[in-house]
Design a protein. Structure first.
Length: 522
């Protein structure tokens, strides 16, 4: 991997071969010299297991796993065909944990001559090892600014550069160097500082150490609120890895990274095959299978992360009859069993596991009595208990108080002598629950064989008494006349014996009618 080539002002950190340059003969010429991350030390941090080595066509670069199947690297490291890449997970390129590459993206504005937009992405053919936890890229909302220069924010620069400046074959061990940055350039055409910087770069002064050959594509890691992010991608250095080293400013390319992700964490999906992680959960690509009824991968602000859902979130089991299950402290708790009884006697109440409560109408005409006879017999109609015809308790008698107490009609006599009206018989008063006229004597027809009364509406009423009715001593009614009873003498009842003038047939009839006045046997 030895070799050198002169460039104007800076050298690319491409696995032992310098490429690119401004092409100006007026600037000082720098010569590439093989050096490792200067002043660094071996990186054994498990959190950096996702920083990988890349070999392709005899060259080597570094990169960072930012999603389970996506590696972030430099544009000048992605010029080879995808089939030529081998990705190594571990502390050296001798690691047997390897992955292949099936797709790549180089920024469409990548300028090899002026080293602008030096950023690329590689897609792995399978998931990275489970021990390689992706380090997310720094979003624009948390982007690097001049404030980080003023505050001397610390950055971890990691790469697989050479460890022995006199031995090019010593490259391939993961090294780390911690330092702060000195310049931030967001100008589209670059920035003119004591040392040149192209657009969208962050740079440091390489004092007392820094990046060198083999570190191209490696990360500049910054910590924001307890989370590590890839803030830069190692891009180029000055002659001999001295004076300055610049990294592509990752937060400037958030949209391009998201577009390439496609199946990155939090992106919408319908199948697991659409996700780099191999897990499509809750409609988004998730970091894991996220099993469990009370875990979700699509929570607001945390798409793609498997987290415990808030208390009260439903975790239904598909049976509506046993209530609504909800999550409490990460566990699905049972709900309250449905009570489908609606207090309507005209519905048949039941529960269907899929539909829930069912309240079907009873057939029209089904009795739905409320136990009160006074309001009639209730029956169902269209699922509603409809009232019957109320009882009519009016007996048309003014001398009774009429009411209904639920068990039926009640007729209670009013106080005697209560006026109950008048009429042709004169003033009337209640007596023992009956309306009696005060002037009934006016209707006496002096006939002992009639019952005399008065109807207030029609006047006197004379009803014939039955034939044989005793209308006096030894007298009886016959054809509505009070006549002497036959055989009424010497009989012991005050009756005389029948005379010869009395017709025998008539006497026989009278004996039948007046059995009380005739001795037995006569």
């Amino acid at each position: 991997m030895a070799g050198s080539r002169r460039f104007a002002g800076f050298s690319l950190l491409l696995g032992g071969l310098l490429v690119g340059g401004c092409g100006s003969s007026e600037r000082p010429q720098f010569e590439f010299i093989n050096y490792p991350i200067m002043g660094g030390q071996a990186d054994t941090d498990p959190a950096h297991y996702s920083v990988v080595a890349m070999t392709f066509g005899g060259y080597m670069c570094s990169g960072t796993l930012i999603a389970p199947r996506v590696v972030l690297t430099a544009g000048h490291c992605a010029g080879s065909s995808v089939g030529s890449y081998t990705i190594y997970f571990g502390s050296t390129v001798n690691s047997t944990t390897r992955r292949t590459v099936v797709d790549k993206w180089i920024h469409p504005s990548y300028d090899e001559q002026n080293i602008r937009y030096d950023i690329a992405l590689l897609r792995l053919g399978s998931d990275a090892p489970s021990s390689a936890v992706p380090i997310p890229y720094l979003p624009h909302s948390l982007g690097i600014t001049q404030t980080d220069v003023s505050n001397q924010t610390s950055f971890d620069f990691v790469g697989f550069g050479m460890t022995d400046p006199n031995d090019e074959y010593s490259a391939g061990t993961k090294m780390i160097y911690t330092d702060h940055i000195n310049w931030v350039c967001t100008n589209g055409y670059g920035c003119n500082w004591p040392n040149p910087a192209t657009s969208k770069n962050i740079c440091m002064d390489e004092t007392p150490g820094g990046l060198c050959e083999g570190d191209s594509g490696g990360p500049a890691i910054v910590n924001r609120s307890g989370t590590d992010y890839v803030a830069g991608v190692s891009s180029y250095v000055g002659q001999g890895c001295q004076d300055f080293a610049c990294s592509t400013k990752v937060d400037e390319f958030e949209q391009e990274i998201e577009d390439f992700f496609g199946g990155g964490l939090g992106t919408s999906c319908t199948t697991a095959a659409a996700c780099d992680s191999g897990h499509c959960v809750d409609g988004v690509c998730c970091e894991s299978s996220c099993s469990g009824e009370c875990s979700a991968c699509n929570l607001s602000g945390h798409r793609g992360e498997c987290l415990q859902v808030p208390n009260g979130t439903q975790c239904l089991d598909g049976n509506r009859c046993n209530g609504t299950e909800t999550c409490q402290a990460g566990s699905c708790t049972a709900g309250q069993v449905l009570d489908c009884h609606n207090s309507n006697v005209c519905t048949g109440d039941s529960c269907d596991p899929a539909l829930g409560c069912l309240n079907n109408h009873m057939p029209d005409g089904t009795p739905c009595s409320n136990g009160d006879l006074c309001d009639g017999e209730e029956t169902c109609g269209d699922g509603v208990c409809r009232p019957g015809t109320a009882m009519d308790c009016d007996d048309r008698n003014p001398c009774t108080d009429d009411s209904c107490d639920g068990g039926g009609c009640r007729h209670v006599a009013v106080t005697d002598d209560t006026s109950c009206g008048g009429g042709m018989c004169g003033e009337q008063y209640c007596t023992a629950g009956k309306c009696v006229s005060s002037n009934t004597d006016d209707c006496d027809d002096q006939n002992e064989c009639t019952s005399d009364s008065c109807d207030p509406s029609s006047g006197c009423v004379h009803e014939n008494l039955p034939e044989g009715y005793a209308c006096g001593k030894c007298l009886m009614c016959l054809e509505q006349q009070c006549v002497e009873a036959p055989d009424c003498g010497g009989s012991g009842c005050g009756c005389s014996q029948p005379t010869d003038e009395t017709p025998r047939g008539l006497g026989f009839a009278l004996l039948l009618l007046l059995g009380l006045c005739v001795r037995p046997g006569r």
